[in-house]
Ligand binder design. Structure first.
Ligand code: DGL
Length: 263
């Protein structure tokens, strides 16, 4: 691949921007197309069959329209379900976003880890297999949050979200009482949640490590693209909503795109 590769980053909404910003930082030389499938948001409320039936053909249309060199599925709710279908249907590389259970369990000192994701993600066989394979003796608590992704969308779009609303979604992650035996690590298993990280830290009943897989995803993308040839020429960026709404959020969005103007 060349230094003008096109990377398509896909999510149900604005959460994938937290992955995009790491990928853009790792590969400022690429051209970016960010697609928010907001017409079908939130994915966490849809059945597995509905998500497969939605994402697989939609991805075909997006590949036809934008001819990307690589696609990042910046959504746990979709990745834990559709990656194998996408790889079977289309020949380009797909990088997924799945719950970072392995690194979280490797670093937990109290051996108590919580996985905070959408209701869909925590129910997936894929997530259960990650726990079977990589819990390394840790007690893993799965927390399916019904509303946190929507709250993150609201906050990023300028609607203030109350502390109580966030606290209610967060509370089940905190298990145990004694300092040496309570949850010390929380996996952010939905790409929307890092948008609220400052609030999560503030509202947590005690300090924990929050595990966001975005930097690891960016390294994987960069490895797949291969070495940059020549100097960095910053390419453009586009943002598409499947609802066809205009994004109208430029000042808020620009930092996620590494400061470039978003078409
Ligand atoms: N951003 C998505 C994820 O990582 C989920 C949000 C939704 O429910 O659509 O799981």
């Amino acid at each position: 691949m060349t230094n003008s590769s096109t990377i398509l980053v896909f999510d149900s909404g604005l959460g994938g921007l937290t992955v995009l910003r790491e990928v853009v930082a790792a590969r400022p030389d690429a051209h970016y197309v960010y697609v928010a499938d907001d017409a079908f948001f939130p994915y966490g409320h849809h059945s597995e069959d509905e998500i497969i039936a939605r994402v697989v053909p939609l991805m075909g249309e997006l590949i036809g329209a934008h001819d990307p060199d690589l696609v990042v599925i910046a959504c746990n709710t979709a990745s834990t379900l559709v990656l194998s279908h996408l790889r079977a249907a289309y020949s380009l590389p797909f990088v997924g976003t799945v719950p970072a259970i392995k690194p979280a369990c490797a670093q937990s000192k109290t051996r108590r880890v919580s996985v905070l994701g959408t209701k869909g993600t925590v129910k997936r066989e894929y997530t259960k297999a990650l726990i079977r394979d990589f819990a390394q003796g840790c007690e893993v608590t799965l927390v399916g949050s019904p509303e946190l992704a929507s709250l993150a969308e609201a906050e990023l779009s300028g609607t203030s979200v109350s502390d109580d609303a966030i606290r209610a979604e967060l509370a089940p992650c905190f298990v145990g009482e004694a300092a040496g035996a309570r949850t010390d690590t929380v996996v952010l298993a939905c790409t929307h949640y890092p948008l609220l990280l400052d609030r999560l830290k503030k509202l947590a009943p005690w300090p924990v490590d929050w595990i966001d897989p975005a930097p690891a995803i960016a390294r994987r993308v960069s490895d797949l693209l291969g070495a940059r040839s020549g100097g960095i020429v910053q390419s453009g960026a586009e943002m598409i909503f499947t609802s066809n709404r205009a994004h109208g959020l430029s000042a808020t969005l620009t930092p996620f795109f590494g400061g470039r103007a978003v078409a």
